[in-house]
Design a protein around this ligand. Structure first.
Ligand code: GLU
Length: 512
């Protein structure tokens, strides 16, 4: 038998910002597609007009683009199986609803919301199924003429799937194995609503997966309960032989307890649950995003890849190419994955550490600008060297600024506690002397300057810690930062001297 071409789809509903769990689903689809030389489809499932949120589709596209999850076929990309937006496929669905009706696999139901409400009130655990359907108002329980008359009068109706009772339905899942469910627990799900001439999720999803020749349905665990119905739908259409394989991914759990990760957890513990910042068009509320917090997309991808999958050993840092190579469903877990956001920061630190300064310089342009610095006032080499020097101390991009701002801005103020500790009566004089020593150097590089300055301190019998810390206070504004002579080498003699002079003038010797 020839192997079927791998075709996977990410099928979000544009009902709000893409949740981080959805991003992981997209990522696993992508890794699997790339590993197998397959196609990655992006299908927009917008059949629920009530939950449609403007901007959500653009948000999905922008998020995937930022993360480097490339789409082969979709609304923007085009492709041979379009349209890729379900609201543009009404004619297709109508035809397939008719097929099911004609084959007696589905039926028309007229029950109004009030009638359904009444049925629920009268019978505990009411379910629209074989045990109840003949007491409801539908094309199975009503005479043909009455049904025709109601349709002719444009009465709203729904089409329900006819679930045969007492059957074992097997969902064969590549992570979970065979899950058997008795059809008695399934209800006659609504597949189509005449009121808006649109199918429900179930019908549209199945029809599209079939028509788009999807080979694997990789999605979140929350969709597992729909899978038995989907199996029955494939069967009803006669498509069981080509039905896609199911892969239901483990849930993402709260970082500190049981239960599904929610936006509230993020707000409570201070981490984003969305890839990009999201501005809710209705409430005006802004939710934070990983991008704006200063995560690198490659780090987020690496972190997410390991939430529910492992490479079979304890390797953690992996490029996307390595992830593509190593990914497998065998190493996906059935149980939920805790969203350990601190680990996410650790990954980001690793990626910042491994990113060359010139690339960091590009990523930092916005943050520099936001802090009143024009990135173009500095050479690319200067900025790259500055961020290279401080990247060991950064978890998120803004930390790079926090750690290295003094390369771009001379201090305007000086840390009080460091002044108290280090700026003594004779410090201004010693700093004047230091200026002379620095100006006397032929070579201002860190390697050359350091021994000369240290020798001068020793010869004069000065207190090493006090002199070096006062020097640092004058140049950086506080007693922290990378190796002092590396800092001055990059700042250069003129800037270093100017900062010393400014400090001598501005810092008052504390009186105690
Ligand atoms: N539209 C569903 C969602 O929003 C798709 C579920 C599936 O992948 O089948 O996640």
């Amino acid at each position: 038998m020839t192997q079927r071409k791998v075709r996977v789809r990410f099928a979000p509903s544009p009902t709000g910002p893409l949740h981080i769990g959805g991003v992981r689903t997209a990522l696993y689809n992508y890794l699997f597609a790339r590993q197998n030389g397959g196609d990655m489809i992006l299908r927009i499932e917008d059949t629920d007009s009530q939950r449609f949120v403007p901007g959500a589709e653009d948000y999905i596209n922008e998020s995937l683009k930022w993360l480097g999850i490339k789409i082969d076929e979709g609304v923007r990309e085009g492709g041979a199986y379009g349209p890729y937006k379900q609201s543009e496929r009404r004619d297709i669905y109508r035809e397939f609803v008719k097929k099911l009706l004609d084959a007696g696999k589905a039926y028309i139901a007229f029950d109004t919301p009030a009638e359904l409400e009444k049925a629920r009130a009268e019978k505990a655990n009411f379910q629209y199924d074989a045990s109840t359907r003949m007491s409801m108002r539908n094309s199975l329980s009503m005479p043909r003429e009455e049904v025709d008359a109601l349709i002719a009068a444009c009465t709203s109706y729904v089409v329900r799937f006819l679930v045969e009772p007492g059957r074992d339905v097997v969902v064969d899942d590549l992570i979970r194995g065979k899950v058997v469910i008795n059809s008695n627990i399934l209800d006659d799900k609504v597949l189509y609503k005449s009121a808006d001439d649109l199918p429900t999720y179930h019908l549209a999803n199945i029809v599209d997966d079939h028509l788009m020749e999807v080979s694997h349905v990789i999605r979140g665990e929350e969709w597992l309960p729909s899978a038995p119905l989907h199996v029955l739908l494939y069967e009803a259409f006669g498509w069981s032989d080509t039905a896609p394989r199911f892969v239901h991914l483990p849930l993402l759990l709260k970082p500190d307890g049981k239960g599904k990760l929610s936006k509230r957890d993020g707000d409570r513990l201070g981490f984003p649950v969305f890839p990009l910042e999201w501005h809710d068009p209705k409430s005006g509320e802004t939710s934070s995003g990983f991008r704006e917090k200063g995560y690198l997309p490659e780090a987020l991808v690496n972190f997410l890849a390991l939430l529910g999958w492992n490479p079979g050993d304890d390797t953690e840092v992996m490029s996307v190419d390595q992830l593509i190579e190593k990914f497998s469903f065998e190493h996906c877990s059935k149980s939920g994955a805790r969203f350990a956001f601190e680990k996410g920061k650790w990954f980001n630190h690793e990626y910042i550490m491994n990113t060359p300064g010139d690339e960091l310089a590009v990523l930092m342009r916005q943050i520099m600008t936001d802090n009143g610095v024009n990135p173009d006032d500095f050479t690319a080499e200067y900025t790259a060297r500055a961020f290279d020097m401080v990247k060991g101390r950064a978890e998120l991009l803004p930390d790079l600024w926090e750690q290295g701002y003094f390369f771009f801005k001379a201090p305007d103020s000086y840390a009080e506690k460091d002044i108290r500790k280090r700026w003594k009566e004779d410090t201004p004089r010693i700093m004047e002397e230091l200026i002379g020593v620095l100006q006397g150097l032929d070579d201002f590089s860190s390697k050359a300057a350091e021994p000369v300055v240290l020798q001068w301190i020793a010869d004069k019998g000065y207190h090493l810690g006090n002199v070096m810390n006062a020097f640092r206070l004058a140049v950086v504004g506080q007693c922290k930062g990378p190796h002092m002579f590396d800092i001055t080498e990059l700042l250069g003699l003129d800037e270093t001297v100017a900062r010393l002079k400014k400090a001598i003038e501005k810092i008052e010797v504390p009186q105690n």
